[in-house]
Design a protein around this ligand. Structure first.
Ligand code: BTN
Length: 250
């Protein structure tokens, strides 16, 4: 493990870990923005207990935060992470990426990055949050499992050449800190507007898969807490990220 300091935070680089989420947690009480990066994860995890394929060449990292903000604003942490990745991709490659609500980043029709936010809650307040970000950076497409290749992509595939991993990481962290400051300062509407501008699904018809139902409708808006607003059969339906199993364009 190697530690590198920046003006306000430390970045720990590991070779192989189970999951950067667990490694970050095991560090105990560290400074806010401390970041754990691994070259490879053996038990990378995604949302809903899914596995996250994390071979070498990808950028797998976790940022430690102490938000002190209400748990009802949890979705905003995912959204500002997505926004930071989209911005970093554009800055580093000129490619236009999009946010697939609530926590994926796509290039065209394919997923290039995902976000997993795990938080500790005391009362109604998030005392600690581990923001886990996985970016398929310098991975040849054929190093991804075959079953992922029709719905996932990598920046190496899209950009055609390797991207400096540390430079990309610093670009994401820089954007993230900026958006996180706005989040902490309560500038939520401004962030939601920025996210809406980068969401693939705004104004499109989608199907949303819940535990026991599928809702099809037009994506109308994002609420200030990051919930999705859909117009379905004349009704205004508001959905939080926790309710959604799957979301797809119709
Ligand atoms: C998803 O799309 O389901 C979320 C994927 C999140 C993956 C990242 S990689 C770094 C961090 N460590 C993990 O085990 N998961 C997150």
């Amino acid at each position: 493990m190697k530690g590198a300091g920046t003006s306000s935070s430390k970045i720990y680089f590991y070779d192989v870990v189970d999951s950067t989420q667990d490694t970050a947690r095991k560090l105990g009480p560290v400074e806010e923005f401390t970041t754990v990066v691994a070259r490879e994860q053996t038990k990378g995890r995604g949302r809903s207990g899914r596995q996250w394929c994390s071979p070498p060449g990808g950028l797998w990292f976790t940022i430690v935060l102490y938000p002190g903000t209400p748990i009802r604003t949890h979705a905003l942490l995912s959204l500002i992470s997505s926004l930071s990745i989209v911005d970093a991709i554009e800055y580093m490659t000129g490619l236009r990426a999009h946010i697939k609500w609530p926590n994926d980043v796509y290039i065209g029709e394919k997923k290039v990055a995902g976000i997993l936010v795990e938080s500790d809650v005391v009362g109604e307040i998030m005392s600690k949050a581990l923001v886990g970000i996985g970016v398929n950076l310098n991975i040849p497409l054929d190093s991804l499992p075959e079953e992922l290749r029709d719905r996932a992509t990598t920046l190496l595939e899209e950009y055609g050449r390797k991207i400096d991993e540390r430079e990309f990481l610093l670009a994401v962290l820089r954007e993230f800190k900026k958006h996180y400051e706005d989040y902490r300062a309560g500038h939520h509407q401004q962030l939601i507007d920025a996210v809406k501008g980068r969401m693939i699904m705004m104004g499109k018809i989608v199907s949303v898969y819940l535990d026991d139902a599928v809702i099809t409708g037009l994506v109308e808006d994002l609420e200030i807490n990051g919930s999705l607003v859909i117009r379905s059969k004349g009704d205004r339906v508001v959905l939080s990220p926790a309710q959604i199993k799957k979301l797809e364009l119709v």
